[in-house]
Ligand binder design. Structure first.
Ligand code: NAP
Ligand code: GDD
Length: 330
């Protein structure tokens, strides 16, 4: 049985990756933050009572700012694979908390790689890098596109990106960057734009919300479906040699297009409900992301399975269901 450690296991990607690894027979360890309320909701479907001897999901309290905890955990469980998904992952929030973001989304990568080195375990390492690092570089973006970060989040992620590359070159470690473009799902955090829209659609239909306040509707994103993307993460750690990969759909849409598609599913017009609130503008914006995932397609055999239209429908339907409303088929 292979052993994996996932940071950010309670997040969107962490929960889907946990399901994938458990289905492949892994023993999965995850780092969770101590919180005054439960933060394991996304893991409910796969949660296992730790008192059961054969449990294959083990959760450990910890924080990405705590090197000694991370190091002792790695020494103790000796994972063969580490998926470093934990981060302060909200771009807008990174302008409000730049130092914290640099620490948790940037320096945490060094903490983990140093812990692996120190423990002398043969461990493969995945770093959750981001298309946000391309920033103002014009689309399409691939592994050779220059980085031009536009947020403290992107700068933190670049620190981690280069650290991963450096540890691979300097110490011969199997350490890779997955440069993932935006990926969404019904488990997406509610303050990211897609989920904010689909939740609002459902609440408006249910009569519980009147308006939806948004920022820049002209930004373009390459949106995929999170369960498809965690498969690419796993594939990256199963290769003969460690390399970095872009993961994307190759299709780009504006926020406005997502908005119109979501409202159209419930036969409403977005302009009747949407209001622009400048508080959601970013001091510096990433205008256009469109990924070229040819390398992942050829070398990993990976391709997205879910279209833009299907993604919008999956998310709207899930939020309608949560509000107790069913969407008519067709
Ligand atoms: P997410 O839903 O925001 O999950 C982030 C995870 O990190 C959560 O489990 C969170 O714990 C944990 N975390 C945050 N701060 C922490 C700290 N100080 N110590 C320990 N854990 C901490 O993010 P996601 O969408 O799953 O994304 C996964 C990773 O991929 C992130 O690194 C993100 O930056 C990166 N990424 C995401 C996308 C995307 O489109 N989703 C694209 C490219 C890269 P709580 O649950 O307690 O908050
Ligand atoms: N969050 C948010 N809220 N974004 C809005 C809003 C709003 O009310 N109105 C417009 N937007 C625009 C943002 O300005 C941005 O251009 C776009 O919608 C997408 O914003 P987010 O959904 O917050 O995602 P992101 O692209 O900034 O970042 C996500 O993708 C990155 C990969 O490119 C996050 O998941 C990052 O962690 C990830 O690395």
């Amino acid at each position: 049985m292979k052993t994996a450690l996932i940071t950010g296991i309670t997040g969107q990607d962490g929960s889907y990756l946990t399901e994938l690894l458990l289905s492949k027979g892994y023993l999965v360890h995850g780092v969770i933050r101590r919180s005054s309320s439960f933060n394991t909701g996304r893991l409910d479907a796969v949660y296992q009572d730790p008192h059961v001897e054969a449990a294959r999901l083990c959760l450990h309290y910890g924080d990405l700012s705590d090197s000694s905890m991370l190091a002792s955990l790695i020494r103790r469980i000796e994972p063969q694979e580490i998926y470093h998904l934990g981060a302060q992952s909200h771009v807008r929030v990174s302008f409000d908390m730049p130092e914290y973001t640099a620490d948790v989304s940037g320096l945490s990568c060094i903490r983990l790689l140093e812990a692996i080195r120190d423990a002398k375990v043969a461990c493969r390492f995945y770093q959750a890098s981001s298309s946000e690092m391309f920033g103002s570089s014009p689309p399409p973006q691939n592994e050779n596109t220059p980085f031009a970060p536009r947020s403290p989040y992107a700068i933190a992620k670049l620190h981690a990106y280069w650290t991963t590359l450096n540890y691979r070159e300097a110490y011969g470690m199997y350490a890779v960057n997955g440069i993932l473009f935006n990926h969404e799902s019904p488990r997406r955090g509610p303050t990211f734009v897609t989920r904010k829209i689909t939740r609002a659609v459902a609440k408006i239909v249910a009569g519980r919300q009147k308006h939806l306040y948004l920022g820049n509707l002209d930004a373009k994103r390459d949106w995929g479906y999170a369960p498809d993307y965690v498969e690419a993460m796993w594939l990256m750690l199963q290769q003969d040699a460690p390399e970095d990969y872009v993961v994307a759909t190759g299709e780009s849409h504006t926020v406005r297009e997502f908005l119109e598609a979501a409202f159209a599913l419930v036969n409403l017009k977005s302009e009747d409900y949407v209001r622009i609130d400048p508080r959601y503008y970013r001091p510096t914006e990433v205008d256009s992301l469109l990924g070229d995932a040819a390398k992942a397609r050829h070398k990993l055999g990976w391709a997205p399975r879910t279209t833009f239209g299907e993604l919008v429908r999956i998310m709207v339907e899930a939020d309608l269901k949560a509000e107790g409303v069913l969407l008519a088929k067709g």
